[in-house]
Design a protein around this ligand. Structure first.
Ligand SMILES: [Zn+2]
Length: 107
């Protein structure tokens, strides 16, 4: 089956197979009239652009969530290390005081 297409620039009509026309309608890919004017189906192109942007939005959301999880984990670790350091500092001060009290007076 042949579908009649009219060039939007020079108005010439030409035939393309239904299969090819369906393909062009879906893809938004460019094609040419017999005089060489580039054509494409605007809605298909718009739809494809929409799909590409939607896909990109999904991927970027995933990446942001991924890095948020990494940051949350790192912050958890850093807080854990801070608490450990504080505990060791307390212990260090108690031992140092004990040492100073018992041995520094003898020097
Ligand atoms: Zn044309």
């Amino acid at each position: 089956m042949i579908v009649k297409v009219t060039c939007c620039v020079c108005n010439i009509s030409f035939g393309v197979s239904k299969e090819m026309n369906d393909n062009l309608l879906q893809s938004g890919n460019p094609f040419f009239c017999p005089s060489g004017h580039e054509q494409y189906y605007t809605d298909a192109r718009k739809n494809n652009k929409k799909k590409i942007l939607e896909q990109e939005i999904i991927e970027l959301k995933d990446r942001i969530e991924h890095y948020t999880r990494i940051i949350d984990n790192q912050e958890y670790d850093i807080n854990y290390f801070r608490r450990s350091r504080t505990a060791y500092k307390g212990h260090f001060n108690r031992i140092k005081k004990k040492y100073d009290t018992e041995f520094q007076n003898q020097v």
